[in-house]
Design a protein around this ligand. Structure first.
Ligand code: FAD
Length: 540
Protein backbone atom coordinates (compact mmCIF):
# COMPACT_ATOMS: atom_id res chain seq x y z
CA UNK A 1 0.00 0.00 0.00
CA UNK A 2 1.34 3.44 -0.89
CA UNK A 3 2.07 5.68 2.06
CA UNK A 4 2.09 9.48 2.29
CA UNK A 5 2.29 11.88 5.21
CA UNK A 6 -1.13 13.38 4.49
CA UNK A 7 -4.04 12.05 2.49
CA UNK A 8 -6.50 14.80 1.57
CA UNK A 9 -9.97 13.84 0.32
CA UNK A 10 -11.22 16.51 -2.10
CA UNK A 11 -9.33 19.01 -4.25
CA UNK A 12 -11.88 21.80 -3.84
CA UNK A 13 -11.55 25.26 -2.32
CA UNK A 14 -10.16 24.00 0.96
CA UNK A 15 -8.25 21.00 -0.41
CA UNK A 16 -6.41 23.15 -2.96
CA UNK A 17 -5.22 25.68 -0.38
CA UNK A 18 -4.18 22.94 2.06
CA UNK A 19 -2.22 21.07 -0.59
CA UNK A 20 -0.35 24.21 -1.49
CA UNK A 21 0.57 25.17 2.06
CA UNK A 22 1.41 21.70 3.39
CA UNK A 23 3.61 20.93 0.38
CA UNK A 24 5.79 23.98 1.06
CA UNK A 25 7.72 21.60 3.34
CA UNK A 26 9.66 19.63 0.74
CA UNK A 27 10.01 16.66 3.08
CA UNK A 28 6.23 16.23 3.47
CA UNK A 29 4.41 13.99 1.00
CA UNK A 30 0.76 14.62 0.13
CA UNK A 31 -1.78 12.55 -1.74
CA UNK A 32 -4.94 14.33 -2.89
CA UNK A 33 -7.93 12.24 -3.91
CA UNK A 34 -10.46 13.97 -6.16
CA UNK A 35 -13.60 12.17 -7.32
CA UNK A 36 -13.94 14.37 -10.41
CA UNK A 37 -11.76 14.92 -13.48
CA UNK A 38 -9.07 17.52 -14.17
CA UNK A 39 -10.40 21.05 -14.63
CA UNK A 40 -9.60 21.14 -18.34
CA UNK A 41 -13.06 22.09 -19.64
CA UNK A 42 -13.06 25.62 -21.18
CA UNK A 43 -16.44 26.43 -19.58
CA UNK A 44 -14.75 26.24 -16.16
CA UNK A 45 -12.37 29.02 -17.07
CA UNK A 46 -14.64 31.28 -19.13
CA UNK A 47 -16.52 33.34 -16.50
CA UNK A 48 -19.93 33.12 -18.25
CA UNK A 49 -19.34 29.36 -18.55
CA UNK A 50 -20.93 29.01 -15.09
CA UNK A 51 -24.28 28.84 -16.89
CA UNK A 52 -23.05 25.68 -18.62
CA UNK A 53 -21.21 24.01 -15.71
CA UNK A 54 -24.25 24.65 -13.51
CA UNK A 55 -25.83 21.44 -14.86
CA UNK A 56 -22.80 19.67 -16.37
CA UNK A 57 -22.72 16.30 -14.64
CA UNK A 58 -19.13 15.56 -15.67
CA UNK A 59 -17.89 18.28 -13.26
CA UNK A 60 -20.87 18.67 -10.92
CA UNK A 61 -22.40 16.37 -8.28
CA UNK A 62 -25.76 17.90 -9.26
CA UNK A 63 -27.55 16.94 -6.04
CA UNK A 64 -31.26 17.39 -5.34
CA UNK A 65 -32.42 18.47 -1.91
CA UNK A 66 -35.43 16.97 -0.16
CA UNK A 67 -38.59 19.10 -0.31
CA UNK A 68 -38.73 21.19 2.87
CA UNK A 69 -41.67 22.36 4.97
CA UNK A 70 -41.39 25.86 3.43
CA UNK A 71 -40.39 25.13 -0.17
CA UNK A 72 -43.89 24.52 -1.50
CA UNK A 73 -43.26 20.83 -2.07
CA UNK A 74 -40.29 21.62 -4.33
CA UNK A 75 -37.00 19.76 -4.31
CA UNK A 76 -34.35 22.43 -4.78
CA UNK A 77 -31.33 21.71 -6.98
CA UNK A 78 -27.93 21.73 -5.23
CA UNK A 79 -24.96 21.94 -7.62
CA UNK A 80 -21.46 21.17 -6.22
CA UNK A 81 -18.19 21.18 -8.08
CA UNK A 82 -16.67 17.77 -8.89
CA UNK A 83 -13.33 18.58 -10.45
CA UNK A 84 -10.01 20.15 -9.43
CA UNK A 85 -10.97 23.36 -7.63
CA UNK A 86 -14.27 21.80 -6.50
CA UNK A 87 -17.10 24.31 -6.22
CA UNK A 88 -14.68 27.19 -6.81
CA UNK A 89 -14.43 25.88 -10.39
CA UNK A 90 -18.17 26.23 -11.05
CA UNK A 91 -19.18 29.03 -8.69
CA UNK A 92 -20.26 32.61 -9.42
CA UNK A 93 -16.74 34.04 -8.72
CA UNK A 94 -17.95 36.48 -6.04
CA UNK A 95 -15.41 37.35 -3.38
CA UNK A 96 -17.13 38.21 -0.11
CA UNK A 97 -15.58 37.58 3.28
CA UNK A 98 -18.39 38.38 5.70
CA UNK A 99 -18.47 40.60 8.75
CA UNK A 100 -16.32 40.97 11.85
CA UNK A 101 -19.29 39.78 13.91
CA UNK A 102 -19.51 36.45 12.02
CA UNK A 103 -16.09 35.29 13.16
CA UNK A 104 -16.38 36.84 16.61
CA UNK A 105 -19.48 34.65 17.01
CA UNK A 106 -17.44 31.56 16.10
CA UNK A 107 -15.00 32.47 18.87
CA UNK A 108 -17.88 33.21 21.22
CA UNK A 109 -19.08 29.63 20.73
CA UNK A 110 -15.85 28.41 22.32
CA UNK A 111 -13.47 28.27 19.35
CA UNK A 112 -10.12 29.78 20.30
CA UNK A 113 -8.26 31.51 17.49
CA UNK A 114 -11.26 32.10 15.18
CA UNK A 115 -12.29 35.67 16.02
CA UNK A 116 -12.16 38.30 13.27
CA UNK A 117 -8.79 39.63 14.37
CA UNK A 118 -7.44 36.05 14.38
CA UNK A 119 -8.62 35.22 10.85
CA UNK A 120 -8.02 38.57 9.12
CA UNK A 121 -4.27 37.85 8.57
CA UNK A 122 -5.22 34.72 6.61
CA UNK A 123 -7.72 36.52 4.38
CA UNK A 124 -4.93 39.02 3.69
CA UNK A 125 -2.19 36.46 3.14
CA UNK A 126 -4.12 34.63 0.42
CA UNK A 127 -5.24 37.67 -1.52
CA UNK A 128 -3.88 39.81 -4.32
CA UNK A 129 -6.44 42.59 -4.28
CA UNK A 130 -6.37 44.70 -7.42
CA UNK A 131 -8.23 47.97 -6.88
CA UNK A 132 -9.79 49.89 -4.06
CA UNK A 133 -9.35 48.87 -0.44
CA UNK A 134 -7.58 49.83 2.76
CA UNK A 135 -4.43 47.78 3.23
CA UNK A 136 -5.36 47.33 6.88
CA UNK A 137 -7.92 44.84 5.55
CA UNK A 138 -6.73 43.86 2.09
CA UNK A 139 -3.81 41.74 0.90
CA UNK A 140 -1.79 42.75 -2.14
CA UNK A 141 0.70 39.95 -2.77
CA UNK A 142 -1.11 36.62 -2.30
CA UNK A 143 -2.02 34.11 -5.02
CA UNK A 144 -5.76 34.76 -5.22
CA UNK A 145 -6.50 37.68 -7.53
CA UNK A 146 -9.56 39.73 -6.53
CA UNK A 147 -10.78 42.39 -8.96
CA UNK A 148 -13.92 44.53 -9.15
CA UNK A 149 -16.55 44.02 -11.84
CA UNK A 150 -15.47 46.04 -14.87
CA UNK A 151 -18.79 45.95 -16.70
CA UNK A 152 -20.31 49.40 -16.36
CA UNK A 153 -23.99 49.27 -17.15
CA UNK A 154 -26.62 52.01 -17.08
CA UNK A 155 -29.06 49.73 -15.29
CA UNK A 156 -26.47 48.84 -12.63
CA UNK A 157 -25.66 52.51 -12.13
CA UNK A 158 -29.36 53.37 -11.87
CA UNK A 159 -29.85 50.55 -9.35
CA UNK A 160 -27.04 51.92 -7.18
CA UNK A 161 -28.43 55.45 -7.43
CA UNK A 162 -31.80 54.00 -6.45
CA UNK A 163 -30.24 52.40 -3.38
CA UNK A 164 -28.64 55.69 -2.42
CA UNK A 165 -31.98 57.45 -2.87
CA UNK A 166 -33.32 55.08 -0.18
CA UNK A 167 -30.47 56.00 2.19
CA UNK A 168 -28.18 53.03 1.45
CA UNK A 169 -24.66 54.45 1.07
CA UNK A 170 -22.21 53.61 -1.70
CA UNK A 171 -19.49 51.43 -0.18
CA UNK A 172 -16.45 50.89 -2.35
CA UNK A 173 -15.15 47.97 -0.30
CA UNK A 174 -17.60 45.64 1.39
CA UNK A 175 -14.60 43.48 2.37
CA UNK A 176 -13.12 46.37 4.35
CA UNK A 177 -14.06 47.95 7.66
CA UNK A 178 -17.84 47.94 7.04
CA UNK A 179 -19.96 45.66 4.90
CA UNK A 180 -23.11 47.77 4.67
CA UNK A 181 -23.79 49.68 1.45
CA UNK A 182 -24.04 49.15 -2.29
CA UNK A 183 -21.27 48.56 -4.83
CA UNK A 184 -20.10 46.61 -7.84
CA UNK A 185 -19.22 43.01 -7.00
CA UNK A 186 -15.66 41.89 -6.22
CA UNK A 187 -14.65 38.76 -8.06
CA UNK A 188 -11.96 36.12 -8.35
CA UNK A 189 -11.34 36.94 -12.00
CA UNK A 190 -7.99 37.75 -13.59
CA UNK A 191 -7.60 38.91 -17.20
CA UNK A 192 -11.13 37.78 -18.01
CA UNK A 193 -10.59 34.24 -16.67
CA UNK A 194 -11.81 32.48 -13.51
CA UNK A 195 -9.35 32.22 -10.64
CA UNK A 196 -10.44 29.01 -8.91
CA UNK A 197 -8.74 27.60 -5.83
CA UNK A 198 -7.08 25.15 -8.21
CA UNK A 199 -5.73 27.91 -10.46
CA UNK A 200 -4.44 29.94 -7.53
CA UNK A 201 -3.20 27.19 -5.20
CA UNK A 202 -3.39 23.60 -6.47
CA UNK A 203 -1.80 23.88 -9.90
CA UNK A 204 1.29 25.73 -8.64
CA UNK A 205 1.64 23.07 -5.91
CA UNK A 206 1.31 20.21 -8.40
CA UNK A 207 4.66 21.20 -9.84
CA UNK A 208 6.27 20.07 -6.56
CA UNK A 209 7.52 16.45 -6.48
CA UNK A 210 5.95 15.84 -3.06
CA UNK A 211 2.37 16.42 -4.34
CA UNK A 212 0.40 13.51 -5.83
CA UNK A 213 -3.03 14.41 -7.17
CA UNK A 214 -5.32 11.57 -8.22
CA UNK A 215 -8.42 12.42 -10.21
CA UNK A 216 -11.41 10.07 -10.76
CA UNK A 217 -10.55 8.80 -7.25
CA UNK A 218 -13.78 8.53 -5.25
CA UNK A 219 -13.05 7.99 -1.53
CA UNK A 220 -15.40 5.37 -0.11
CA UNK A 221 -14.10 4.80 3.45
CA UNK A 222 -11.66 6.06 6.01
CA UNK A 223 -9.41 3.22 7.18
CA UNK A 224 -9.06 3.05 10.97
CA UNK A 225 -6.84 1.20 13.39
CA UNK A 226 -8.83 1.46 16.60
CA UNK A 227 -9.63 5.16 17.00
CA UNK A 228 -6.83 6.29 14.68
CA UNK A 229 -7.39 7.12 11.01
CA UNK A 230 -4.53 5.58 9.04
CA UNK A 231 -5.63 5.80 5.43
CA UNK A 232 -8.38 6.04 2.84
CA UNK A 233 -9.99 3.52 0.55
CA UNK A 234 -11.05 4.82 -2.83
CA UNK A 235 -12.49 3.58 -6.07
CA UNK A 236 -10.25 4.43 -9.01
CA UNK A 237 -12.52 5.31 -11.91
CA UNK A 238 -15.59 5.77 -9.70
CA UNK A 239 -18.46 3.31 -9.38
CA UNK A 240 -17.45 -0.09 -10.70
CA UNK A 241 -13.78 0.95 -10.76
CA UNK A 242 -10.73 -0.53 -9.06
CA UNK A 243 -10.50 -0.41 -5.25
CA UNK A 244 -7.26 1.18 -4.00
CA UNK A 245 -5.99 2.00 -0.50
CA UNK A 246 -3.56 4.74 0.47
CA UNK A 247 -2.02 5.18 3.88
CA UNK A 248 -1.38 8.37 5.84
CA UNK A 249 1.62 8.45 8.18
CA UNK A 250 0.45 11.63 9.83
CA UNK A 251 -3.15 12.54 9.07
CA UNK A 252 -6.21 11.94 6.93
CA UNK A 253 -7.90 15.24 6.07
CA UNK A 254 -11.48 15.39 4.81
CA UNK A 255 -12.07 18.34 2.46
CA UNK A 256 -15.02 16.93 0.52
CA UNK A 257 -17.35 19.82 1.29
CA UNK A 258 -20.53 20.29 3.33
CA UNK A 259 -22.50 17.44 1.79
CA UNK A 260 -19.74 14.88 1.21
CA UNK A 261 -17.51 15.14 4.30
CA UNK A 262 -20.28 14.14 6.76
CA UNK A 263 -21.44 11.44 4.35
CA UNK A 264 -17.91 9.94 4.24
CA UNK A 265 -17.69 10.03 8.04
CA UNK A 266 -21.05 8.26 8.30
CA UNK A 267 -20.02 5.64 5.70
CA UNK A 268 -16.91 5.06 7.82
CA UNK A 269 -18.92 4.47 10.99
CA UNK A 270 -18.57 7.93 12.56
CA UNK A 271 -21.86 9.61 13.41
CA UNK A 272 -25.15 9.15 15.18
CA UNK A 273 -25.46 5.49 16.26
CA UNK A 274 -29.20 5.46 15.44
CA UNK A 275 -28.57 6.65 11.89
CA UNK A 276 -25.64 4.30 11.29
CA UNK A 277 -27.52 1.28 12.64
CA UNK A 278 -30.54 2.11 10.47
CA UNK A 279 -28.21 1.96 7.45
CA UNK A 280 -26.50 -1.26 8.56
CA UNK A 281 -23.17 0.50 9.16
CA UNK A 282 -21.06 -0.63 12.15
CA UNK A 283 -20.52 2.16 14.66
CA UNK A 284 -16.81 2.93 14.90
CA UNK A 285 -17.25 6.12 16.90
CA UNK A 286 -20.47 7.71 18.14
CA UNK A 287 -20.55 11.40 17.25
CA UNK A 288 -24.15 12.64 17.00
CA UNK A 289 -23.27 16.02 15.46
CA UNK A 290 -22.01 14.53 12.17
CA UNK A 291 -24.24 15.82 9.36
CA UNK A 292 -26.42 17.88 11.71
CA UNK A 293 -26.80 21.67 11.66
CA UNK A 294 -26.84 22.27 7.88
CA UNK A 295 -27.40 25.94 7.02
CA UNK A 296 -27.72 27.77 3.70
CA UNK A 297 -28.96 31.07 2.33
CA UNK A 298 -32.45 31.01 0.81
CA UNK A 299 -33.21 33.61 -1.82
CA UNK A 300 -36.42 34.59 -3.56
CA UNK A 301 -35.71 36.56 -6.75
CA UNK A 302 -37.77 39.66 -7.49
CA UNK A 303 -38.06 40.24 -11.24
CA UNK A 304 -39.16 43.33 -13.18
CA UNK A 305 -39.66 43.70 -16.92
CA UNK A 306 -37.49 46.36 -18.49
CA UNK A 307 -38.13 49.00 -21.17
CA UNK A 308 -35.99 51.54 -23.09
CA UNK A 309 -32.71 49.66 -22.60
CA UNK A 310 -31.09 46.40 -23.60
CA UNK A 311 -30.45 43.77 -20.92
CA UNK A 312 -28.23 40.70 -20.90
CA UNK A 313 -31.24 38.64 -22.01
CA UNK A 314 -31.02 40.15 -25.51
CA UNK A 315 -27.22 40.46 -25.57
CA UNK A 316 -26.78 36.71 -25.49
CA UNK A 317 -29.00 36.22 -28.55
CA UNK A 318 -28.18 36.06 -32.28
CA UNK A 319 -25.49 38.35 -33.66
CA UNK A 320 -25.05 40.17 -30.34
CA UNK A 321 -23.50 37.01 -28.93
CA UNK A 322 -21.02 36.82 -31.81
CA UNK A 323 -19.98 40.41 -31.11
CA UNK A 324 -19.57 39.57 -27.42
CA UNK A 325 -17.55 36.43 -28.23
CA UNK A 326 -15.23 38.50 -30.42
CA UNK A 327 -14.94 41.10 -27.68
CA UNK A 328 -13.94 38.46 -25.14
CA UNK A 329 -11.46 36.84 -27.54
CA UNK A 330 -9.74 40.14 -28.23
CA UNK A 331 -10.06 42.06 -24.95
CA UNK A 332 -11.16 39.47 -22.34
CA UNK A 333 -14.06 41.79 -21.54
CA UNK A 334 -17.80 41.98 -22.23
CA UNK A 335 -20.67 39.57 -21.68
CA UNK A 336 -18.58 36.38 -21.53
CA UNK A 337 -16.43 37.81 -18.73
CA UNK A 338 -19.45 38.42 -16.48
CA UNK A 339 -20.53 36.80 -13.22
CA UNK A 340 -24.15 35.86 -12.44
CA UNK A 341 -24.55 39.01 -10.32
CA UNK A 342 -23.06 42.44 -10.83
CA UNK A 343 -24.02 44.66 -7.91
CA UNK A 344 -23.98 43.80 -4.23
CA UNK A 345 -26.08 45.51 -1.60
CA UNK A 346 -25.93 44.88 2.15
CA UNK A 347 -28.57 46.38 4.40
CA UNK A 348 -30.53 45.75 7.59
CA UNK A 349 -34.07 44.43 7.81
CA UNK A 350 -35.10 46.72 10.69
CA UNK A 351 -34.06 50.08 12.08
CA UNK A 352 -32.75 48.45 15.26
CA UNK A 353 -30.81 45.63 13.61
CA UNK A 354 -27.18 46.11 14.58
CA UNK A 355 -25.47 45.08 11.33
CA UNK A 356 -26.62 44.21 7.82
CA UNK A 357 -28.67 41.02 7.94
CA UNK A 358 -29.80 41.31 4.33
CA UNK A 359 -27.79 40.64 1.22
CA UNK A 360 -29.26 41.70 -2.12
CA UNK A 361 -27.78 41.26 -5.56
CA UNK A 362 -28.73 43.00 -8.77
CA UNK A 363 -28.46 41.60 -12.30
CA UNK A 364 -29.64 43.34 -15.48
CA UNK A 365 -31.07 40.01 -16.64
CA UNK A 366 -33.85 37.57 -15.75
CA UNK A 367 -34.07 33.80 -15.74
CA UNK A 368 -36.72 31.29 -16.81
CA UNK A 369 -38.91 30.11 -13.99
CA UNK A 370 -37.96 26.68 -12.72
CA UNK A 371 -34.91 26.57 -15.04
CA UNK A 372 -32.16 28.13 -12.98
CA UNK A 373 -29.36 29.66 -14.98
CA UNK A 374 -31.37 29.90 -18.24
CA UNK A 375 -31.96 33.46 -19.41
CA UNK A 376 -35.36 34.62 -20.61
CA UNK A 377 -35.90 36.12 -24.05
CA UNK A 378 -37.67 39.33 -22.95
CA UNK A 379 -35.71 42.11 -21.22
CA UNK A 380 -35.69 41.80 -17.44
CA UNK A 381 -33.82 42.66 -14.25
CA UNK A 382 -33.56 40.66 -11.06
CA UNK A 383 -32.91 41.37 -7.38
CA UNK A 384 -32.16 38.30 -5.29
CA UNK A 385 -32.47 38.91 -1.55
CA UNK A 386 -31.63 36.71 1.40
CA UNK A 387 -31.15 36.65 5.11
CA UNK A 388 -27.45 36.60 5.85
CA UNK A 389 -27.45 34.76 9.18
CA UNK A 390 -30.35 32.28 9.12
CA UNK A 391 -31.34 30.32 12.22
CA UNK A 392 -32.96 27.36 10.44
CA UNK A 393 -30.90 24.21 10.44
CA UNK A 394 -31.21 20.91 8.61
CA UNK A 395 -29.04 17.86 8.06
CA UNK A 396 -27.10 15.65 5.65
CA UNK A 397 -27.53 11.90 6.10
CA UNK A 398 -26.08 9.06 4.06
CA UNK A 399 -29.04 7.54 2.22
CA UNK A 400 -27.54 4.04 2.37
CA UNK A 401 -24.21 2.32 2.93
CA UNK A 402 -23.49 2.73 -0.80
CA UNK A 403 -20.83 5.47 -1.20
CA UNK A 404 -22.07 6.24 -4.70
CA UNK A 405 -25.60 7.03 -3.63
CA UNK A 406 -26.30 10.75 -3.14
CA UNK A 407 -26.88 11.74 0.49
CA UNK A 408 -30.21 12.97 1.88
CA UNK A 409 -30.00 16.78 2.04
CA UNK A 410 -32.66 18.53 4.10
CA UNK A 411 -31.86 22.20 4.67
CA UNK A 412 -35.14 23.14 6.39
CA UNK A 413 -35.16 26.59 4.79
CA UNK A 414 -37.36 29.15 6.58
CA UNK A 415 -38.26 26.83 9.44
CA UNK A 416 -37.21 29.49 11.97
CA UNK A 417 -39.68 32.35 12.37
CA UNK A 418 -36.90 34.96 12.25
CA UNK A 419 -35.79 33.68 8.85
CA UNK A 420 -39.28 34.09 7.42
CA UNK A 421 -39.52 37.62 8.78
CA UNK A 422 -36.16 38.73 7.39
CA UNK A 423 -36.76 37.11 3.99
CA UNK A 424 -40.06 38.99 3.68
CA UNK A 425 -38.28 42.24 4.63
CA UNK A 426 -35.74 41.50 1.90
CA UNK A 427 -38.42 41.06 -0.75
CA UNK A 428 -40.07 44.31 0.26
CA UNK A 429 -36.74 46.12 0.03
CA UNK A 430 -36.10 44.52 -3.38
CA UNK A 431 -39.42 45.92 -4.61
CA UNK A 432 -38.60 49.41 -3.28
CA UNK A 433 -35.19 49.29 -4.94
CA UNK A 434 -36.63 48.31 -8.32
CA UNK A 435 -39.31 51.00 -8.03
CA UNK A 436 -36.85 53.76 -7.05
CA UNK A 437 -36.93 56.87 -9.22
CA UNK A 438 -33.48 56.44 -10.85
CA UNK A 439 -34.70 53.11 -12.31
CA UNK A 440 -38.09 54.55 -13.37
CA UNK A 441 -37.07 55.22 -17.02
CA UNK A 442 -36.34 51.50 -17.43
CA UNK A 443 -38.91 49.90 -15.12
CA UNK A 444 -41.93 48.47 -16.96
CA UNK A 445 -43.67 46.38 -14.28
CA UNK A 446 -43.01 43.81 -11.59
CA UNK A 447 -43.20 40.30 -12.97
CA UNK A 448 -42.52 38.42 -9.74
CA UNK A 449 -43.92 38.35 -7.10
CA UNK A 450 -46.23 40.76 -8.94
CA UNK A 451 -48.27 43.79 -7.87
CA UNK A 452 -51.03 41.60 -6.39
CA UNK A 453 -48.67 40.60 -3.58
CA UNK A 454 -48.94 43.14 -0.73
CA UNK A 455 -49.22 41.58 2.71
CA UNK A 456 -46.45 39.81 4.60
CA UNK A 457 -48.28 36.51 4.22
CA UNK A 458 -48.48 37.00 0.46
CA UNK A 459 -44.75 37.79 0.24
CA UNK A 460 -43.99 34.71 2.31
CA UNK A 461 -46.17 32.54 0.07
CA UNK A 462 -44.26 33.88 -2.95
CA UNK A 463 -40.92 33.16 -1.25
CA UNK A 464 -42.05 29.62 -0.56
CA UNK A 465 -43.13 29.16 -4.15
CA UNK A 466 -39.99 30.45 -5.91
CA UNK A 467 -37.02 30.80 -3.51
CA UNK A 468 -33.84 28.85 -4.23
CA UNK A 469 -30.47 28.16 -2.70
CA UNK A 470 -27.65 30.64 -3.17
CA UNK A 471 -25.27 27.64 -3.08
CA UNK A 472 -23.80 28.35 0.36
CA UNK A 473 -24.32 25.17 2.40
CA UNK A 474 -22.18 24.88 5.52
CA UNK A 475 -22.09 23.74 9.15
CA UNK A 476 -22.51 19.94 8.95
CA UNK A 477 -19.28 19.09 10.84
CA UNK A 478 -19.31 22.04 13.21
CA UNK A 479 -16.31 23.27 15.15
CA UNK A 480 -16.94 23.51 18.88
CA UNK A 481 -15.83 22.34 22.32
CA UNK A 482 -15.87 18.62 23.14
CA UNK A 483 -18.62 19.01 25.74
CA UNK A 484 -21.14 20.42 23.26
CA UNK A 485 -23.58 17.89 21.81
CA UNK A 486 -23.36 19.30 18.28
CA UNK A 487 -19.60 19.70 17.71
CA UNK A 488 -17.74 17.36 15.34
CA UNK A 489 -14.29 18.98 15.33
CA UNK A 490 -12.32 21.01 17.89
CA UNK A 491 -10.83 24.43 17.20
CA UNK A 492 -7.81 22.72 15.60
CA UNK A 493 -10.34 20.99 13.28
CA UNK A 494 -9.49 17.53 14.70
CA UNK A 495 -12.45 15.14 14.90
CA UNK A 496 -13.49 14.80 18.54
CA UNK A 497 -12.56 11.46 20.07
CA UNK A 498 -10.48 10.21 17.12
CA UNK A 499 -6.82 10.56 16.19
CA UNK A 500 -5.15 11.39 12.89
CA UNK A 501 -8.34 12.81 11.37
CA UNK A 502 -9.39 16.39 10.59
CA UNK A 503 -12.21 17.94 8.61
CA UNK A 504 -11.20 21.13 6.80
CA UNK A 505 -13.83 22.65 4.53
CA UNK A 506 -17.06 24.69 4.67
CA UNK A 507 -18.70 22.05 6.84
CA UNK A 508 -16.73 23.08 9.95
CA UNK A 509 -18.29 26.55 10.15
CA UNK A 510 -20.18 26.57 13.43
CA UNK A 511 -22.66 29.15 12.20
CA UNK A 512 -23.56 30.62 8.82
CA UNK A 513 -21.75 33.83 7.95
CA UNK A 514 -22.92 37.00 6.23
CA UNK A 515 -21.30 36.05 2.95
CA UNK A 516 -20.86 33.68 0.05
CA UNK A 517 -18.61 30.93 1.39
CA UNK A 518 -15.64 30.56 -0.94
CA UNK A 519 -13.38 33.21 0.64
CA UNK A 520 -13.95 32.00 4.20
CA UNK A 521 -13.56 28.33 3.24
CA UNK A 522 -10.14 29.07 1.76
CA UNK A 523 -9.30 31.14 4.86
CA UNK A 524 -10.21 28.14 7.06
CA UNK A 525 -7.85 25.93 5.05
CA UNK A 526 -5.05 28.47 5.13
CA UNK A 527 -5.32 28.87 8.89
CA UNK A 528 -5.63 25.09 9.34
CA UNK A 529 -2.38 24.58 7.43
CA UNK A 530 -0.61 26.71 10.05
CA UNK A 531 -2.29 24.76 12.87
CA UNK A 532 -1.07 21.49 11.33
CA UNK A 533 2.44 22.80 10.75
CA UNK A 534 2.64 24.42 14.18
CA UNK A 535 3.24 27.84 12.67
CA UNK A 536 2.16 31.08 14.27
CA UNK A 537 -0.24 33.63 12.78
CA UNK A 538 1.38 35.54 9.88
CA UNK A 539 2.63 39.01 10.71
CA UNK A 540 0.49 41.77 9.20
C1 FAD B 1 -23.09 27.10 -8.44
C2 FAD B 1 -22.34 27.66 -7.27
C3 FAD B 1 -22.16 29.05 -7.18
C4 FAD B 1 -21.46 29.58 -6.09
N1 FAD B 1 -21.13 30.91 -6.10
C5 FAD B 1 -20.28 31.39 -5.17
C6 FAD B 1 -19.74 32.69 -5.28
O1 FAD B 1 -19.98 33.40 -6.26
N2 FAD B 1 -18.90 33.14 -4.31
C7 FAD B 1 -18.59 32.36 -3.22
O2 FAD B 1 -17.87 32.83 -2.33
N3 FAD B 1 -19.08 31.11 -3.10
C8 FAD B 1 -19.88 30.60 -4.06
N4 FAD B 1 -20.28 29.30 -4.00
C9 FAD B 1 -19.92 28.51 -2.80
C10 FAD B 1 -18.43 28.14 -2.74
O3 FAD B 1 -17.89 27.89 -4.01
C11 FAD B 1 -18.29 26.92 -1.82
O4 FAD B 1 -18.85 27.25 -0.56
C12 FAD B 1 -16.85 26.49 -1.61
O5 FAD B 1 -16.22 26.28 -2.84
C13 FAD B 1 -16.84 25.22 -0.76
O6 FAD B 1 -15.52 24.75 -0.64
P1 FAD B 1 -15.23 23.32 -0.03
O7 FAD B 1 -13.76 23.16 -0.03
O8 FAD B 1 -15.96 23.18 1.25
O9 FAD B 1 -15.92 22.29 -1.02
P2 FAD B 1 -15.71 22.10 -2.61
O10 FAD B 1 -15.02 23.27 -3.20
O11 FAD B 1 -17.04 21.74 -3.16
O12 FAD B 1 -14.72 20.88 -2.68
C14 FAD B 1 -15.01 19.56 -2.35
C15 FAD B 1 -14.21 18.65 -3.29
O13 FAD B 1 -14.19 17.34 -2.77
C16 FAD B 1 -14.47 16.42 -3.80
N5 FAD B 1 -15.04 15.24 -3.18
C17 FAD B 1 -16.20 15.17 -2.50
N6 FAD B 1 -16.41 13.92 -2.05
C18 FAD B 1 -15.36 13.18 -2.46
C19 FAD B 1 -14.99 11.82 -2.30
N7 FAD B 1 -15.77 10.95 -1.63
N8 FAD B 1 -13.83 11.40 -2.84
C20 FAD B 1 -13.02 12.26 -3.51
N9 FAD B 1 -13.33 13.56 -3.70
C21 FAD B 1 -14.48 14.02 -3.16
C22 FAD B 1 -15.42 17.17 -4.70
O14 FAD B 1 -15.52 16.61 -5.98
C23 FAD B 1 -14.85 18.57 -4.68
O15 FAD B 1 -13.87 18.75 -5.67
C24 FAD B 1 -20.98 28.72 -5.05
C25 FAD B 1 -21.17 27.34 -5.15
C26 FAD B 1 -21.83 26.81 -6.25
C27 FAD B 1 -21.98 25.31 -6.34
Amino acid sequence: METFDYVIVGAGSAGSVLTNRLSEDAGTSICVLEAGPRDWHPYIHLPAGFIKTFHMKSVNWAYQQEPGPWTGGRSIYAPRGKTLGGSSSINGHIYNRGQRQDFDTWAQLGNRGWSYSDVLPYFKRMERRVGEGDDAYRGRDGSLTVTTMEWKDRLCEAFMEGAMSLGIPRNHDYNGAIQEGVSYAQRTIKNGLRVSAATAFLHPARKRPNVHVRTHAHATNIIFEGKRAVGVRYMKGGRGGTPVEVRANKEVILAGGTYNSPQLLQLSGVGSPELLQSLGIDVRHALPGVGEGLQDHYAPRTVARVKNIMTINELRQGWHLWVEALKWATTRRGLLSLSPTMVYCFWHSGETTESSDLQLTFTPASYKEGAQGQLEDEPGMTVASWQQRPESRGYVHARSADPFEAPIIQTNYLVAELDRRVVVAGMKLARRLLKSSPLAPYYAYEDFPGPGVETDDEFLAAATQRGTTTFHPGCTCRMGPADSTWAVVDDQLRVHGLQGLRVIDASVMPRMISANLNASTMMIADKASDLIRGKSVPAE
